[in-house]
Design a protein around this ligand. Sequence first.
Ligand code: KG4
Ligand code: ZN
Length: 339
Amino acid sequence: MRLLAIETSCDEMAAAVFQGGKLASNIVATQEIHRQYGGVVPELASRAHVRSIVPIVEKAISDAGVSKAGIEALAVTQGPGLIGSLLVGVSFAKAFALANNLPIAGVNHLEGHLFSNNINESGPELPFVSLIVSGGHTILVHVQAWGKYEVLGQTQDDAAGEAFDKVAKILGLSYPGGPVIEKLARQCDADSAKKNMPRFPVARVADPFAFSFSGLKTAVLYHVRTLTPEQLAEQRACIAAAFQSALIAALVEKTAAALATRPARALALAGGVACNQALRQAMAKIAEQHRVPLFFPEPIYCTDNAAMIGRAGLFYLQNGKRDSLLLSPQPGLTLRSTI
Ligand code: KG4
Ligand code: ZN
């Protein structure tokens, strides 16, 4: 099956083509316009999607070495996400399917992230525990089978990536904050840590699998307010390191609890924050303690992409799922079992 996959849930315009079950092309265009605002502006995102969807889809098709007429099926992100952004992708995919009389599958973006370790051959074996950590989501899932999910816990306020982005803003750093904070945190060596490392609280939430990061963000804000600009400049790296380690400690604690209580053959990370090396190292330790392999996607498949949507779409189309052309975007779609 030659499948065209489209992802426009937020600020990434992405298209991918699968041929014979293999990924043949994968294009991701990040919208740079949001950088100057320090976060995604929904209206600007949907307008930029309208402008770029045709050239990006055409590039994905030509990079795959196929023709438009050769596409046999479509997969498109249905939600969750920004309504305006989702509308562009869903409307385009439905028009493409209608014009060419093709089957179409709407894909849950979160399920796409669960498939992001399985885009190429070797991925986690079922059942496994997956932690999706992105700018919009922090969700711990027991993947019992493809299509059968137990959502163990989610964030009660900010998503992990959102906390990175907001703390970066507090520290006067650029957007997106995750990569900048990670790089800066490495500059906090043992000597400056002794002098400058604040202690931030690891959020305690009664629910054993739920997360909360807004208290941590506020703790950073209150700490920074006590500093002069000179002190902040001197201590910025260690504040970034202290924030990053408190956030990772919370993720590790809940993920370890999931591994301790659910049958799992693997631990898998997904989402933009899964690019973080310190997080990967901390998760590698608990995976080893529970004697399971750790999987994390290549960076291009951590952040939003259409390859993961295509992989999930292929699973459903090959199992007979077809959506009608009444398919509509669902900005508040949650992750739930489909089988
Ligand atoms: O998965 P993604 O593209 O966003 C959503 O689907 O929401 O991930 C973007 C998020 C941003 O919040 C960004 O700051 C964070 O992932 N991120 C990181 C790193 N790289 C990206 N966070 C921590 N460390 C990184 N290296
Ligand atoms: Zn995402």
